[in-house]
Design a binder for this molecule. Structure first.
Ligand code: X6L
Ligand code: MG
Ligand code: MG
Length: 166
């Protein structure tokens, strides 16, 4: 068996739902990645600069890729879906982030796993908790032991059923 990794998907430009579906199709079509499960889809208030609301979901993938190869595959999907990097933290057709990679820790300038801010973001924690209530978090912590303050999950609302996989 390969590695189980969690990926976060987000879209807040154009046909958001179609962008999430397209990302799942493209990830699943990538050699070395099988999409195993999707969380439900949530509509979420933007965090950071003012911008349109997001659709967010989390995927579990089984992969034989290294962490860096998985990151590159996520970036290839972002490029294929026409992501344009205009402003930092600005709106995007698709964002694909590597949250965790088994129990592994990676700490490199351009690749930090577990994702260093995942435990602060309701738009990640809520869908991730559906798939794995005990998911790994930064600093060796686990989701099941996190005390989530109400304001973190404000603005995270169920929107649609899980994305079809594969
Ligand atoms: C102060 C300054 C406080 C910056 C927060 C938070 C910046 C989150 C960037 C921040 C700050 C981010 C999504 C999003 C973004 C998403 C929702 C980011 C990157 N991505 N909001 N904002 N969903 N709901 O996927 O996460 S920009
Ligand atoms: Mg990203
Ligand atoms: Mg992100």
């Amino acid at each position: 068996m390969g590695t189980s990794a969690y990926l976060a998907l987000g879209s807040n430009l154009g046909d958001r739902l179609e962008h999430l579906r397209d990302a799942v199709r493209r990830l699943g079509a990538t050699d070395g990645i099988d999409v195993a499960r999707s969380s439900r889809i949530y509509e979420t208030e933007p965090v950071g600069p003012p911008q349109p609301p997001y659709l967010n979901a989390v995927l579990e993938v089984e992969t034989t890729l290294s962490p860096r190869e998985l990151l590159e595959a996520c970036q290839a999907v972002e490029d294929a879906l026409g992501r344009v990097r205009a402003e930092r933290w600005g709106p995007r057709t698709i964002d694909v982030d590597v949250l965790t990679y088994d129990e592994l820790t990676v700490d490199e300038p351009d690749l930090v796993i577990p994702h260093p801010r995942m435990h602060e973001r309701g738009f990640v924690l809520v869908p991730l908790g559906e798939l794995d209530a005990d998911a790994a978090l930064p600093g060796g912590r686990r989701l099941s032991t996190l005390r989530i303050s109400p304001d973190v999950v404000l603005g995270v609302r169920p929107f649609a059923s899980p994305l079809p996989v594969p």
